[in-house]
Design a protein around this ligand. Structure first.
Ligand SMILES: *[C@@H]1O[C@H](CO)[C@@H](O)[C@H](O)[C@H]1NC(C)=O
Ligand SMILES: *[C@@H]1O[C@H](CO)[C@@H](O)[C@H](O)[C@H]1NC(C)=O
Length: 832
């Protein structure tokens, strides 16, 4: 308890210290003021800039017509990149200058120089907070195309924080101390915690969120559930307040955050990453591109024109809710919904006698959505009466949405007489159809009656749907120990879910995503890093993903060091990447866990620690059945990293990888081929390593060309045989062990002569060549097989009905060569 008290006190101490000690420049500001600056009116606080100089600076900037935030516009696409490389090549060949990012950007627009000078004077002499803030932001974000300078930014934020305790500035200081971003200041978790505490006390939501996560996960402070719950509750309260401040039914909570890596099939590429393989492979969204969204829209539109009501309704719903790459469009949504209802009801709302059979459910849903738009005033003027008419129409067919909305109208008296009893009966009807919003309302009504058990039951039902308000009620119940004993951990988790659902009130995912999608990773980095600090797993994975350097099979820049696309200094930070892989892994992201292992294995961002890497892989393999992890363990055994080199064990792990995931087929086959080659070599040269112990194969060995033929023909049979052998091998292992161990003992007496031979083969260049040639061969083979399969499928399809959805479940095996994903995916398996 004393400890917490201390923390609460320290900020105050810090404030004192700051007000007396720190100034951005070495001049003494007080003496400047005393000497009578021309403009002593300075620091009274009101919203418009009061300071003459600040107003002047803003005018200069405005007249120069420099955008506050430069729109993202880096070269993208083939042409842009070609141009970029051409420029770089030219620079390298003919000019021996430093990288382009430095000197060229230093040249500032003269208007900016003028404005900055005015702001500096206003900040230093008049202590104008607006001036300090503007200078800090310009240096931090590069607004008005001011060059970014994190050290300057830090100094200005610091002086602003100490001058008037501005909580925005305190938050920024906390953020800078926590991440050490751009070398603005040395990373210092204790100070970060302090500044965030300070800002949170003043009600800064971002800091509250950050603090909550830090206490929750134990970053820079011991884990403390009570503190975490306290801060998460602050944010959750605001989230719920924001939600309820919306139109009837609450603000819609749009989820903007997503993992950028998933657009490319996960950090290890399509099929090799956990996020895009196994049960996740068919999940919608993963790997879907805008092109495919267009395809979907086009297809639905076609079906809709043909009179397919389902397609029309889907179009309406897509436009109503909006998805990634498709902004909301209420006008279009309304049009489509009305198209549906017209098929079922006449203009006077009487039943259309010759409506298509079986569309009553869909028509009611469409009517419910139209009613909703009138109730909430979305795309149309709000009108409770019209809304009620539409809901009534849908109610006839027992539509849950309509039931719930009518319940809501009676509960709050929207255009009707308030009637809680009627409301609850409508809610009950909708809840019986498992409609989460109604379940939550019903739960709340039961809670009012004091029936905690029934209320909890309904909240838990709604929580299954991820309904934010239900989580909030559950959090409150757990936190206050209503109905059962207080459970801090549960409360913290529930509050965290509520807080993280309200992205709009404390995070800027929209900004980050827009920048990332336009190829400006540097600009995307800062808002994402902020969200990562706030504990979003998605954002943590994104930060690590953007910082991650080792992603391609052919590290081109190693071969042609000059042609390397200059990586912005901001994004060269392996240590920060590792931190975020770790945090993301702790929030149950398995791909990140593997990445963490990779970093420890290669000593990226930290000293090499193969033991830790091995732990990561083992955890991922055993707890989550990750094929990639098995593969990595196989690799470690093959190469004797952190464990004794053992080809036999290596094969075992590779086989497990193969068993775990069909998608891992190609990389594993590659590795097995290589392993066999090495093992044979080892046996041939009487190497020390434990070789693969083959049993007499039950069937005659195939020649290489036969094998290729079989591979192209069909691998099913090949695999079945292979598995049968695996099985047998297990039984026959015993006598094998004796003979080979004797072998080993003999080897031990050699004078290390064969070791040298072994070293030769260890040579990484040779290894790389082997992999590459194998990869090339297999690419050709796979391509041939794919061609064959395609032809066959086409033949099949021509016979059967030619409905165009065949390619929907065509993925998940592995990407076709020629796909851009293919190289990525191979790289995921092989690139170490
Ligand atoms: C911090 O200062 C800036 C500039 O004066 C101002 O715009 C901002 O609202 C302040 N933040 C808070 C939380 O007072
Ligand atoms: C500077 O730019 C960032 C984002 O690029 C923005 O969030 C911030 O509000 C801008 N600051 C000012 C003072 O305009």
């Amino acid at each position: 308890m004393k400890y917490i008290w201390l923390w609460r006190f320290l900020p105050l101490v810090l404030l004192f210290q700051h007000t007396f000690a720190l100034q951005p420049n070495d001049q003494n500001p007080l003496s400047d003021v005393a000497q009578g600056s021309p403009n002593p009116s300075g620091d009274t606080s009101s919203d418009a800039p009061t300071n003459e100089r600040v107003r002047y600076a803003l005018n200069v900037l405005r007249e120069a017509k420099i955008p506050v935030v430069t729109p993202p516009g880096k070269p993208s696409g083939v042409l842009g990149n070609t141009w970029h490389y051409a420029q770089e090549a030219f620079r390298i060949l003919f000019m021996n200058g430093p990288p382009s990012s430095g000197a060229a950007r230093r040249k500032m627009n003269p208007s900016i120089t003028k404005a900055v000078d005015a702001l500096r004077i206003a900040a230093l002499e008049d202590h104008d907070p607006d001036a300090m803030f503007l200078l800090a932001e310009m240096n931090f974000y590069g607004n008005f195309s001011h060059p970014q300078d994190f050290q300057q930014a830090f100094r200005w934020y610091e002086s602003l924080a100490s001058w008037d305790g501005n909580s925005t500035a305190q938050y920024m200081l906390g953020f800078m101390y926590a991440t050490g971003i751009g070398g603005g200041v040395e990373r210092d978790q204790a100070k970060a915690l302090l500044y965030h505490t300070f800002a949170a006390e003043a009600g800064n939501t971002k800091s509250e969120m950050t603090l909550a996560y830090r206490h929750h996960a134990g970053i820079g402070t011991p884990r403390n559930c009570d503190e975490a719950t306290y801060y998460y509750k602050q944010v959750a309260d605001k989230a719920i307040e924001y939600y309820r401040s919306g139109p009837p039914g609450g603000h819609s909570m749009v989820r903007e955050s997503y993992r950028w890596a998933d657009e490319e099939g996960g950090v290890y590429g399509e099929g090799a990453s956990v996020s895009s393989s196994g049960p996740n492979a068919l999940r919608d969204g993963s790997g879907s591109t805008e092109a495919s969204l267009e395809d979907v829209l086009e297809y639905l539109d076609l079906m809709s024109r043909k009179g397919e009501v389902k397609a029309t309704f889907s179009l309406g719903k897509m436009h109503y809710e909006g998805t990634k790459g498709l902004p909301k469009n209420y006008k279009k949504a309304l049009k489509y919904f009305k198209l549906v209802t017209k098929r079922y009801w006449n203009k006077d709302h009487s039943l259309n006698p010759n409506h298509p059979a079986g569309i009553e459910k869909l028509a009611s849903k469409a009517a419910g959505h139209i009613g909703l738009m009138y109730l909430r005033g979305e795309g149309v003027e709000q009108n409770f009466e019209t809304a009620y008419t539409w809901f009534k129409l849908g109610l006839a067919n027992g539509d849950a949405l309509c039931q719930h909305q009518i319940g809501l109208m009676f509960l709050h008296g929207y255009g009707v007489q308030k009637d809680a009893y009627k409301a609850s009966s409508y809610f009950k009807a909708a809840a019986d159809q498992d409609y989460p919003a109604a379940e939550t309302r019903l739960g709340a009504l039961f809670l009012d009656q004091g029936d905690v058990a029934t209320a909890t039951k309904y909240f838990e039902l709604a929580a299954r749907w991820g309904w934010m308000e239900a989580f909030y009620y559950l959090a409150e119940l757990a936190n206050n120990g209503v109905g059962r004993q207080r459970h801090c951990g549960l409360a913290a988790s529930y509050y965290k879910m509520v807080a993280e659902k309200a992205e709009a009130i404390h995070s800027s995912f929209t900004e980050a995503n827009a920048a990332y999608e336009s190829g400006d990773k540097e600009r995307a980095f800062i808002p994402t890093l902020m969200a990562a600090e706030q504990g979003y797993e998605n954002a943590q994975a994104n930060v690590a993903f953007v910082l991650d350097e080792q992603r391609s099979l052919l590290p081109l820049e190693k071969v042609l060091p000059g042609l390397r696309k200059p990586r912005p200094a901001l994004l060269r930070n392996a240590a920060l990447a590792l931190i975020h892989w770790t945090r993301s892994a702790k929030q149950a992201n398995i791909d990140s866990l593997l990445k963490m292992g990779d970093y420890y294995l290669s000593g990226n961002g930290i000293g090499i620690d193969s033991e830790k890497a091995s732990t990561c892989y083992h955890t991922a393999a055993e707890a989550h059945f990750s094929a990639q992890a098995y593969w990595n363990l196989g690799w470690m055994h093959e190469n004797g990293v952190a464990v004794e080199q053992d080809f036999h064990m290596a094969k075992r792990y590779y086989d497990l990888a193969l068993e775990t995931s069909g998608e891992a087929y190609l990389p594993v086959k590659l590795s097995l081929l290589k392993l066999r080659a090495r093992s044979s070599w080892n046996r041939f040269t009487n190497g020390k390593v434990n070789s693969i112990r083959e049993d007499d194969e039950p069937k005659p060995r195939r020649t290489f060309s036969e094998w290729i033929a079989a591979f192209i023909e069909n691998d099913e049979e090949e695999e079945a045989n292979y598995r049968a052998q695996l099985h047998k091998q297990g039984e026959e292992d015993d006598d094998d062990i004796l003979s080979s161990s004797e072998h080993h003992r003999l080897d031990d007496h050699d004078d290390g002569y064969y070791d040298e031979l072994d070293l030769d083969i260890e040579d990484s260049i040779l290894e790389g060549l082997i992999i590459l040639s194998l990869a090339a061969t297999l690419m050709v083979l796979v391509y041939l097989r794919q061609q064959r399969n395609n032809r066959q499928r086409q033949n099949d399809n021509q016979g059967a009905n030619a409905a165009g959805q065949a390619n929907a479940n065509n993925r998940g095996f592995f990407p076709r060569p020629g796909d851009p994903e293919f190289a990525q995916w191979v790289a995921g398996g092989v690139g170490h």
